[in-house]
Design a protein around this ligand. Structure first.
Ligand code: C5P
Length: 285
């Protein structure tokens, strides 16, 4: 028995932190969507009860530190299933990048194992399990444009953005999400995104307003830690992207671009400064 599942990358059109909660997490409001950049997760049933994992990328842990591995272990614990599986991750989403690659792999593993092991769990049930793995996992299980609250697990569907290109540029270093949140002073945030306006923009399919209301309170925090992020954002703006923002806790910077003829120019210009540059389509239409 074999199943292959696609795991798309996510970007944040907005990310706002309202306050720090007693459990140490931040109460968030985020508008998130997916882009046409995927990892592929191959799940092969094993004869024995072992869970094994391999990846095409040397940057990915191949043991219980991997979120996909944890997803399989947790799913077995929750359902009492004893079956084994081999997880192969064909990695395309940059690691520790703010694109939820690890979370998306875990979400795809939960969705895939639900089928492979014929568990019959609903998306809501998988989401509850996903929350225990990481704050972005519920969104990745749902995997469509959404307004996310709480730690990121309370999801309301939204219309996907109108068709456009997304240029992604990832500096050579990764970022630890926990580090970035540790440096965030919620009571000193200078500019909160106007989340309501972003939601209205999506509902009205108003590309210009989507660009106008992009915002992420973690962006100045990560920029303070890594000047590369500030420089990449400035370059992408200079080369003509319509709107530019850091995704999640970074360090990936993305630019929305409506006109196809400008995409190649922006990508080529960025390649002089950054090794990992991709142009992908916004998903969902
Ligand atoms: O949930 P996840 O393990 O992905 O989160 C990584 C880290 O990011 C957490 O340990 C926490 O420090 C921080 N975080 C937070 N508030 C959230 C989500 C994550 O402070 N809502």
């Amino acid at each position: 028995m074999f199943i292959s599942v696609k795991a798309p990358a996510k970007i944040n059109l907005t990310l706002d932190a309202l306050y720090k909660r007693p459990d140490g997490y931040h109460e968030l409001e985020m508008v998130m969507t997916t882009v046409d950049l995927y990892d592929r997760i191959d799940l092969t049933a094993r004869e024995d009860s072992a869970i094994t994992l391999e990846s095409s990328s040397g940057f990915v842990p191949q043991d219980e530190r991997n979120l996909a591995y944890r997803a399989a272990v947790l799913l077995r614990e929750k359902t009492g299933i004893k079956r084994g599986v081999h997880i192969y991750i064909d990695k395309h989403i940059p690691v520790a990048a703010g694109l939820a690659g690890g979370s998306s792999d875990a979400a795809a593993t939960l969705r895939g194992l639900n089928q492979l092991w014929k568990l019959g769990l609903s998306l809501e049930e998988l989401t509850v399990i996903g929350t225990e793995i990481g704050s972005d996992v519920p969104f990745c299980i749902y995997s469509k444009t959404a307004f996310a609250r709480g730690k990121g697990e309370i999801l309301t569907p939204l219309p996907s953005p109108p068709a456009c290109w997304v240029v992604l540029a990832k500096p050579d270093h990764g970022v630890s999400t926990a580090d970035v949140f540790r440096h965030l002073q919620v009571n000193q945030i200078e500019k909160h995104p106007q989340t309501e306006k972003m939601i209205n923009a999506l509902e009205g399919q108003d590309y210009e307003s989507i660009v106008q209301y992009m915002g992420n309170v973690l962006e100045p925090v990560t920029m303070e830690m890594y000047d590369t992020v500030r420089k990449l954002k400035e370059k992408m703006q200079l080369f003509g992207a319509d709107g530019v923002l850091m995704s999640g806790s970074g360090p990936t910077v993305f630019g929305l671009v409506k006109q196809e003829y400008r995409v190649k120019r922006i990508v080529n210009s960025l390649k002089g400064f950054c090794r990992q540059v991709f142009a992908v389509r916004m998903l969902g239409k």
